[in-house]
Ligand binder design. Structure first.
Ligand code: R5P
Length: 315
């Protein structure tokens, strides 16, 4: 009898503990993640407050918290798009301000973590943006939670982040979305790095997948070759990648799928940057649907990652 009650007691204690932990927590957003911050505030039942952001007449940043953060656990929501440089600056100013105002702990929720692709000195004299960003965030915040960061040459978050940095994956929610909305589909990763999304998502829902090998000819031109050929003819092809920026990587993969007589072509990504008219260009190349998660809020954000973040924040 007593033994049967134990798991229930443990569960109850865990839930009380979470509530106590959350009691002292407040959430705000900077310029990019208002919707997400408000959703998290609701899901976690924690107070939301607005951070006023403005520019002085000469263009310098003006920032003001509208509630006290003294002795609080402050969650700052700020994804790195649009305006990645400004996004980073706002985080540093907000975090430093919070520290001076006596905050207890700062957790940064940055669902799209910018600067990760410039992870080496590709040409002499270049800066390594990923290192600089990580050093700044490690100095001014206590914990980082992000989604599918671009881990390429930097393979683990703790290679560059000194504090706790949690990288969640949106694979389960993307897999669910595909399962609910597609039939007769195959998944293609447009380059070898994309296996971590394309192949893993395909495995979760038991559909065929392959990745392409991308040969980058210039910053805007890439060419693709299929590594392990799979049947594409008459299939609904879903190209899955972490980031769509200019859309060139997707367009190359779409070209391949079209050549192999795909029935339809859809592009799904985690982080939809969609710069330089990417949506229009991809559609013109035969990509019927373009879908992304809401790590960056876009009209194409049909896949919600809020629950993933909420679960992590409750821990
Ligand atoms: C690169 O390594 C990433 O995984 C994406 O494939 C890339 O950032 C997409 O960029 P674009 O849309 O400009 O081709």
């Amino acid at each position: 009898m007593v033994v049967a009650q134990e798991p229930q007691l443990v569960q109850r204690w865990a839930s009380v503990h979470k509530k106590i932990k959350m009691k002292n927590t407040v959430i705000t957003n900077l310029s990019n993640s208002e919707k997400l911050a408000k959703k998290l505030s609701k899901k976690l039942s924690i107070p939301y407050f607005q951070t006023k952001l403005n520019n002085f007449p000469d263009g310098e940043i003006y920032l003001q918290f509208t509630k006290s953060v003294k002795n609080k656990h402050l969650i700052i929501c700020q994804t790195f798009q649009p305006n990645p440089n400004q996004s980073l600056q706002q985080i540093i100013f907000a975090a430093k301000n919070a520290k001076e105002l006596g905050v207890k702990k700062i957790t940064l929720v940055a669902p799209y973590l910018g600067f990760m692709r410039q992870d080496k000195r590709f040409h002499a004299g270049e800066n390594i943006s990923a290192n600089i960003m990580a050093e700044l965030l490690s100095k001014y915040t206590d914990k980082l939670i992000t989604i599918d960061p671009h881990l390429h040459r930097i393979r683990k978050m703790n290679w560059v982040f000194k504090n706790k940095a949690v990288a969640l994956t949106s694979n389960p929610v993307i897999a669910d979305y595909i399962q609910k909305n597609f039939k007769n589909e195959v998944i293609i990763g447009p380059d070898w790095e994309s296996y971590q999304w394309a192949q893993r998502i395909a495995k979760r829902i038991s559909v065929m997948s392959t990745v392409l090998r991308k040969v980058r000819l210039s910053s805007r031109k890439v060419e693709s070759k299929m590594v392990n050929p799979i049947e594409i003819k008459n299939k609904n092809v879903i190209i899955v990648d972490d980031i769509i920026s200019t859309g060139h990587t997707i367009m190359e993969a779409a070209k391949k799928a079209k050549k192999l007589k795909a029935k339809s072509i859809t592009a799904i990504c985690i982080h939809g940057l969609f710069v330089e008219g990417a949506i229009k260009k991809m559609k013109a190349k035969g990509v019927k649907q373009i879908i992304c998660t809401n790590t960056i809020e876009k009209p194409q954000s049909k896949i919600d990652i809020t629950s993933l973040l909420a679960e992590e924040l409750k821990k």
